[in-house]
Write a protein that binds this ligand. Structure first.
Ligand code: MN
Length: 271
């Protein structure tokens, strides 16, 4: 018996009673960590690895089991991570190094963490070989695009023409701009509509689309807000932050449900 008489936590409810829940296996969704270097406070320069709480909660609410993946630079460690995963979620975060897609840094580029880029790009490529479902959010979508041969706008603010505000000043859950969903695309099917209100917290975006992908969502200024694989395997990217919207806009949880549901049933055995 695993929880031998241990009822000492505050509520007690978290501990299953004997036999209950044993053998439950939920789809395991790996979320590669982001790096945060403390700039002030008691430990300037301290490097932390993190996953934003909203992603963990959203995956749990969608029926999956999220696990944070440490940055791995050895192929062996990468394969070890993939060996126990059923799917991957690439979270939002810092800019990708433009060297990862063959460009030099422009003046609008912000902090980059090349080790983090390398880990996530390699994970995406190998996961693709293994057929694992993948959802990329914001930076995560950009990681998928670069991993499969696409490029990025380094700074939307530096582009000519009428570019909308894509780094909103309002609260994270607040709808900021309209997104048009391509008819017949995965997002159109999921939300059952052709326009969607989303939040927006990005100054980069997909420039040249990776081969094998198609755009399924755009903002009114033409900025790519969503894409998917054309071969129907589950590789989906969105440029907005659904994890920050699920509380106030419950349909956004559907994106996480799609990811969890796409995990192959034969790999996920529920007792
Ligand atoms: Mn946007």
């Amino acid at each position: 018996m695993l929880w031998h008489g241990n009822r000492s936590c505050n509520s007690g409810w978290i501990y299953p009673s004997e036999g209950e829940g044993m053998g439950i296996r939920k789809p395991v969704i790996g979320i590669p960590v982001n790096v945060l270097v403390e700039k002030s406070g008691a430990f300037p320069g301290l490097e932390r690895a993190f996953v934003n709480q909203d992603y963990l909660k959203s995956v749990q609410r969608a029926g999956g089991m999220p696990v944070a993946l440490a940055i791995a630079t050895e192929g062996e460690d990468l394969l070890a991570q993939l060996s126990f995963l059923d799917g991957l979620l690439f979270q939002g975060g810092a800019d990708l190094s433009p060297l990862s897609y063959g460009e030099e840094p422009g003046r609008g580029l912000e902090d980059v963490y090349p080790d983090m880029d390398d880990h996530q790009i390699a994970l995406a490529r190998v996961a693709w070989e293994l057929g694992l479902p993948m959802l990329g959010i914001c930076r995560g979508m950009q990681v998928l695009n670069v991993a499969f041969g696409g490029t990025l706008h380094q700074d939307l603010g530096g582009l000519p023409g009428d570019i909308l505000q894509h780094v909103q000043k309002s609260q994270r859950h607040a709808i900021s701009h309209t997104v048009d969903l391509e008819e017949g695309g995965r997002l159109n099917q999921l939300f059952g509509r052709t326009t969607l209100g989303t939040n927006s917290f990005h100054h980069q975006a997909v420039k040249d689309l990776a081969p094998g992908f198609r755009v399924n969502a755009r903002a009114r200024d033409g900025v790519i807000e969503g894409f998917e694989r054309i071969d129907h395997s589950f590789v989906l990217g969105v440029q907005w932050h659904p994890e920050a919207m699920v509380e106030k806009h419950p349909p956004m949880l559907g994106l996480f449900r799609e990811l969890v549901d796409a995990c192959q049933p034969e790999r996920v055995k529920t007792a």
